[in-house]
Ligand binder design. Sequence first.
Ligand SMILES: Cc1cc2nc3c(=O)[nH]c(=O)nc-3n(C[C@H](O)[C@H](O)[C@H](O)COP(=O)(O)OP(=O)(O)OC[C@H]3O[C@@H](n4cnc5c(N)ncnc54)[C@H](O)[C@@H]3O)c2cc1C
Ligand code: FES
Length: 381
Amino acid sequence: MASKCNLTVNGRTVRANIGETLVDAAMGAWIAVPHDCCSGQCETCRVRVVSGLVDARGTGEGDTVLACQAMLLGDAVIAYDEVPEATRRAGHVAAMRALSRDVVEVIVELRTPLEYLPGQYVSVTFAGFPARDYSPTLRWDGTRAAHELIFHIRMLPDGIVSSELGRDIRPGHRVEVRGPFGHAFFRRGDGVMVLVAGGTGWAPIWAVAHEAVRARPRRDIIVIVGARDLDGLYMRDSLDWLRDHGAREVIATSRQGGGGLVRTGRPTNYLPLLGPSDMVYVAGAPGLVDSVKQKALAAGAFCFADPFLPSEQRMSFMDRMARLLRAPGRGSVRDVGLFAPQMAGEDGAGRSAAARSVNRPAARRPLQETLFAARRLMRRE
Ligand SMILES: Cc1cc2nc3c(=O)[nH]c(=O)nc-3n(C[C@H](O)[C@H](O)[C@H](O)COP(=O)(O)OP(=O)(O)OC[C@H]3O[C@@H](n4cnc5c(N)ncnc54)[C@H](O)[C@@H]3O)c2cc1C
Ligand code: FES
């Protein structure tokens, strides 16, 4: 039985081993199929199988498979959209602003711009914390400077990273960004575009919606966004922007307390009847993303899904040490002004005392106390 075969990747044919994953086979000939997790979670590596013998190993959707999982069984031809190459960038937190009770806009300024497609995500490491994935977005009116990355981050009370926004993570904090990744990026087309977001899933969906309107103002766009309550609908100004710029339908839903322009229920209650020429994008909590994806696939529609899966990466020993040495003087989030109406970190004489306190150098823990804490941590490792 033959052990070798031909794999054609976006028109380039290479020799490969039968039984290799598509990512490994392409990599053997120095072709980097976009990938990130290599464990079938992130969807970055989804490719189209144009023809040939491929074992999808449970990842098949229409004519697509996950290239990090699917295995070559013989000659095959695969194709994918070219995306900017993943790279690393350094920067710092330039500003933070509360958008709702538990969602914060974090603006990161990079030393050099990072190219990405609307809808892609990046891996962000706030110095001293484990990396987390976030989806770059735009300001409410669709603006963004080239050196900026704008994130909407939901603060989880027990979140290793998000609970530290405005506390240990403040304007000036060093940041490293890796990416871009992801498969749910904006694509041109003629069909109806249905964009569905739950909570901070709005971040990539707003980036895609804005680009769709910019690229083709007369395209049929339906936007459905949901939150647990009215306060969670922090994106209302952008929804108005979309209404003013010709979106066919813009629906906001709240599980508690609808009324006026806000409907009661979940985004899935208001999905239009989908057809095979529709293009569906969905982002946010995995449950919502999965149910919209199932409906889209059942209708034969194209579906680009971005589930915000929890990260496996915990706090490393070095991260904990770095935190101990850096800034243990922690106030509450409200103390540091994150929830003041002004933009924390903005320059200008009009800043509130709370906003100014964000930029105060953090108090240092005496060395002896730090060493005691480090010894306690080592015993726990
Ligand atoms: C592709 C991708 C893009 C993402 N984009 C964004 C984004 O733009 N904005 C954003 O806020 N988040 C986004 N996330 C989620 C983000 O990466 C983190 O998982 C999240 O911010 C929690 O990190 P943490 O360190 O604060 O909490 P952790 O310490 O990781 O988790 C604390 C607790 O909360 C649970 N948990 C983790 N994530 C969630 C969640 N989303 N909802 C409910 N419970 C959760 C965990 O299981 C754990 O019990 C994205 C995730 C992925 C995979
Ligand atoms: S790299 Fe294949 S799913 Fe993440």
